[in-house]
Write a protein that binds this ligand. Structure first.
Ligand SMILES: Nc1ncnc2c1ncn2[C@@H]1O[C@H](COP(=O)(O)OP(=O)(O)OP(=O)(O)O)[C@@H](O)[C@H]1O
Length: 326
């Protein structure tokens, strides 16, 4: 297997009036060619900040406090600057932002936006337009009409598909989708994810999905990484994590998914509120909300434990829980 992206101990912080917010803390993960990874967690858990970190473009006053990002065995991308860094975007690593339909330029026809991307990356405009038509068609859009349209002439779902098509234009190796389907209705969500999965299978592209809703991506990712308060608390094959969640927080996330059929009263929200990041102590960040907490958890950070089903977890008592479950 070929490792496309290797992230090592990425840490990102924001200085604020009430202290330093450690939005991402020692996050490490790898993605293989053609793999699809889901990064899940509640709002504020640091998911989007990881994405900005991958692009070395953390918004001010944030800063990358440590770590490395290697793309296809290359040098640390966090040291790469200027033109090399800029050209890397779209052509190797591309991103579809939250509500990305709003990132289309309202004053330009889609065709012009395709030409602009081609020009910025010194790609033949004719070839780029032909590719865009192909991609829009693949995204189940009326490609010619869309190409000549202004963004306001398209529905929200159509704009989202156009944004995804543009992200695929230069054949990147990895695309990061930050809440790609939040602005879409359930049917459009399923259709967009299905198309992305098909593109992944056909082209071997690697995908990263960032979402607060694990149920949305469970059918299109191979691996899931669960974040809490800027830290990875559980990681593993999606089937394992969904069926046998090990970390108490992951259990809470999965337990709060309403069933499609049957009694929704069994759904349980995770009690308490997400921790204030500037107040995270040296122990487990989930301490205050955890049903399994013991005095040790308050002061001792849980070590990262590899379990035998390819799942890894950061919890002092996760193993015991698995045993109890039988
Ligand atoms: N510009 C900023 N200044 C201060 N803190 C920030 C800034 N941007 C993000 N943060 C903090 O970093 C933490 C992580 O934010 P991030 O947006 O990465 O979370 P998220 O999991 O992607 O949430 P969401 O799903 O709501 O986008 C949050 O606690 C947030 O308050």
């Amino acid at each position: 297997m070929e490792t496309v992206l290797d992230v090592q101990n990425l840490s990102i912080e924001f200085p604020t009036e009430t202290g330093v917010v450690r939005a991402v803390k020692n996050v490490s993960f790898q993605i293989q060619k053609g793999e699809s990874l889901g990064i899940v967690g509640e709002s504020g858990s640091g998911k989007s900040t990881i994405a900005f970190g991958l692009f070395n473009s953390v918004p001010e006053p944030g800063r990358i406090a440590g770590g490395e990002v290697h793309f296809m065995g290359g040098p640390n991308f966090l040291d790469v600057k200027g033109e090399t860094q800029r050209r890397f975007y779209w052509s190797k690593l591309s991103m579809v932002f939250q509500a990305s339909q709003n990132t289309l330029n309202p004053l330009l026809r889609i065709r012009r936006q395709v030409e602009d991307i081609a020009e910025a990356h010194r790609v033949d405009k004719k070839k780029a337009k032909a590719k865009a038509l192909e991609l829009f068609d693949m995204m189940h859009l009326d490609a010619n009409r869309v190409m000549n349209a202004y963004p306001h002439e398209l529905s929200g779902g159509m704009k989202q598909r156009v944004s995804i098509g543009l992200a695929l234009l230069l054949d990147p190796e990895v695309i990061v989708f930050d809440e790609p389907t939040t602005a879409l209705d359930v049917i459009s969500q399923a259709s967009v994810l299905q198309i992305l999965n098909q593109i992944r299978k056909e082209s071997g592209i690697s995908l990263i999905f960032i979402t607060h809703d694990i149920s949305v991506i469970s059918e299109v990712v191979d691996t899931v990484m669960v974040m809490y308060a800027g830290q990875v608390v559980e990681r593993g094959p999606v089937s394992q994590v969904m069926l046998n969640p090990t970390h108490p927080y992951t259990r809470g996330l999965i337990g709060s998914i309403p069933p499609l059929v049957g009694d929704v009263t069994h759904t349980r929200a995770i009690s308490g509120n997400p921790v204030q990041l500037s107040k995270v102590s040296g122990g487990c960040p989930f301490y205050a909300r955890c049903e399994l907490r013991q005095p040790k958890c308050l002061d001792v950070a849980p070590p990262w434990m590899e379990l035998d089903n390819d799942v890894a977890v950061a919890c002092h008592f996760a193993k015991r829980e698995v045993t109890l479950q039988g």
